[in-house]
Design a binder for this molecule. Sequence first.
Ligand SMILES: Cc1cc2nc3c(=O)[nH]c(=O)nc-3n(C[C@H](O)[C@H](O)[C@H](O)COP(=O)(O)OP(=O)(O)OC[C@H]3O[C@@H](n4cnc5c(N)ncnc54)[C@H](O)[C@@H]3O)c2cc1C
Length: 817
Amino acid sequence: MLILEFVTAAVVVFFICAYFRLPVLWWTLAYGVIAVLTENVPLIVAFAVIAAVLNISFLRRILVTNHVLAVYRRILPDMSQTEKEAIDAGTVWWDADLFSGKPDWDKLLAVPQPKLSAEEQAFLDGPVEELCAMCNDWEITHEHQDLPPHVWQFIKDKGFLGMIIPKSYGGMGFSALAHSAVVMKLSTRSGAAAISVMVPNSLGPAELLLHYGTGQQKTYYLPRLAKGQEIPCFALTSPEAGSDAASIPDYGVVCKGVWQGKETLGMRVTWDKRYITLGPVATLLGLAFKLYDPDKLLGGKEDLGITCALVPTNTPGVNIGRRHLPLNAVFQNGPNSGKDVFMPLDWIIGGADYAGKGWMMLMGCLAAGRAISLPTSSTGGVKALTRFTGAYARVRSQFKTPIGKLEGVEEALGRIAANCYVMDATRVMTAGSVDLGEKPAVLSAIAKYHMTERARQSVNDAMDILGGKGICLGPNNWVGRGYQMTPIAITVEGANILTRTLIIFGQGAIRCHPYVLREMRAAKEMSGVEAAREFDDAFTSHVGHVIANAVRAWIHGITTSRLAPTPRSGAPELMHYYRFTSRLAAAFAFLADMSMAGMGGALKRKEKISGRLGDVLSMLYLISCTLKRYEDQGRIKEDLPLVRWAVRDMTYHAQHAIDQILSNFPIKWMATLLRWTIFPLGMSFRPPLDARNRDCAQLVLSPGAARDRLTAGMYVPKSESDATGILEAAFQATIACEPIDEKLRKAVKKGKMTPRPGMDLGSLAREKDLITAEELVQWQRKEVLRKAVIKVDDFPQDFGRAEIAEQAQTRSFVRAA
Ligand SMILES: Cc1cc2nc3c(=O)[nH]c(=O)nc-3n(C[C@H](O)[C@H](O)[C@H](O)COP(=O)(O)OP(=O)(O)OC[C@H]3O[C@@H](n4cnc5c(N)ncnc54)[C@H](O)[C@@H]3O)c2cc1C
């Protein structure tokens, strides 16, 4: 066999075996045939030796993988118990497919579309609609600086605080999707109402009790929480420990004391917490602190670790009630503290057996709440922005044109609409995963980070579109408070910088990767032959995984994604997006492995690199949600511009992140190799076209099914006495009057009438018989609505403080009567 033929055959076999990820035996057989055909005895012998080592696990371990294991053990940094518990928490789902480099699209499309039950829908159409109608955001944020008492009572009475509590304990027993739908709808109306409902249904006393509570704790507290007889809060954060929550200095010491007249085994707890939502009005304080047992009264360790207890806030020594003022958001939030407060051991959630297990409990329950709360409230906010900013951009004209039709405004509006589509898609798919029984640790972090960031971008876009109307606060400003509140969502439940740079890729690389966790466990938690076997299997599979992804990334690169996998039953109009995403997934998986190999433990500190790796993973997830939504909703062609703009934007962003990683990769030769593999023909993903952006903006500049679908599930007030209710009416009236406006414009242009400042153009046109009497009525109504919509609020010198106090008093008298 000629050398050239031999080399060519070897290369072809390499690509085929790697691309299809064939087992080592297949590689061996294929290369064996080539080796035999060369008739070169030394080569055949060398091949036989290598083949034996690769195929006989005992030899492979002795000669290769045991040595790798020894090095790996030396370089693998030790993990603290809290780090381990954080890594182990939750489950992996579609994120594992993305990390594999070969997402199985058919599997994703086979996941049933999450749906609300009739009872859940009825709750949304009934009590939730009613609660929204009761909330006046200006009154809440400016006049009451709290939810008014009757709103609080309604929330408690209707069971809003017990949505995650099963019916057997008197709760609503709602699905994650329904819980999300309720919070989303409330978020389109009042941030304070949404947060006050959201927090008791997220990580806190109820969730912890459901998973870990003793029977007695559950039967006592859950029905009380469900009916709003207890207002819960959960206090983890302290002045010294914010993002690094595991380092809380709050402590308890196990000791004997007198409780209700009897000597009782308990603990003396000292804490100083801040930022605690619902804290100032809470009756039940979920408290995290470190528990010590210096006298070994519990019989074991002295340093037991983080412990969670439920403390009635009327316990002597509990200081609670003062408030912070988080950016005028006015939901209840404040500090609390206690010094040497004695409490019985059975206040520990789960009882004394769960002393020291608090961090594991918190991490175990974090994902479900994080998957819902902030992704949902952000989506609600953006739905409201989409609907109302679109309407305003049609009602408000400058340069004789509705501002939404000016290209600069259109750009921002189209972006809001497409973001809204992506966010709702992600909200539904992530909440749906919780209903499938997942505790999506990594996906909930992706959803939290990206939904809150998209909300920030959208509210900035909306503010730009609204101009002064968004800036002057008052009852007629429906965006200003949301704008003020946006950084709250960015900061809580894992501040965004940390979530992006430490959690998404950091946790993803270990949890979602098919082999890394197995290798780590073999290295750190196993020993002897067991460790050697497990490591050998994981490591050799890992090597195959890297080679396969490198080859796939390169082949998809030189074929510009044409061979990349697609689902069998996907929408034909989306096929190229599936291909692009499959290509990016292979590139991401290869790049992730090479980054871990190249930088090792230092990657954890290289947050700029790991943040960008997290961005690529996140874009892959968000694209998956977007494509799935389009398929689930029945491939509605009218929505296609939103999908197109969003997917193009996200593939472009993913490419940009990869480019930035490669430009900053610390090992230059590796960066070059990676660039050749991932972008063999250069960077081919382009940003979305302006025409697509225009199509997206058009969908929200006109009433219709697409606009309603995009903003489905939000509260739309019907009353014209409401700032957004009148905006909706003005929007409809403006569109209905456009032919009349056109007539007036033409009449002026042709000199049939000459308007002067202050003149009612419609009446003039009627006088000259240019429009009918009905048209005049219609036009004048539109003008009244338009003027009301563009109006901004003004106040007396004292900003009406005296008047507000008087009005509040009158209202409370009226309600009391
Ligand atoms: C309105 C509000 C409500 C809240 N509700 C509650 C509640 O109910 N219960 C509760 O226990 N807590 C609550 N919190 C606390 C919240 O979870 C913390 O604010 C959050 O964890 C961040 O802590 P910090 O504000 O002290 O910021 P810091 O920890 O000081 O962080 C400052 C900045 O540093 C970044 N950072 C920190 N570490 C890293 C890292 N390793 N890598 C990169 N960047 C990093 C952060 O991302 C952030 O940008 C609330 C906070 C607010 C503001």
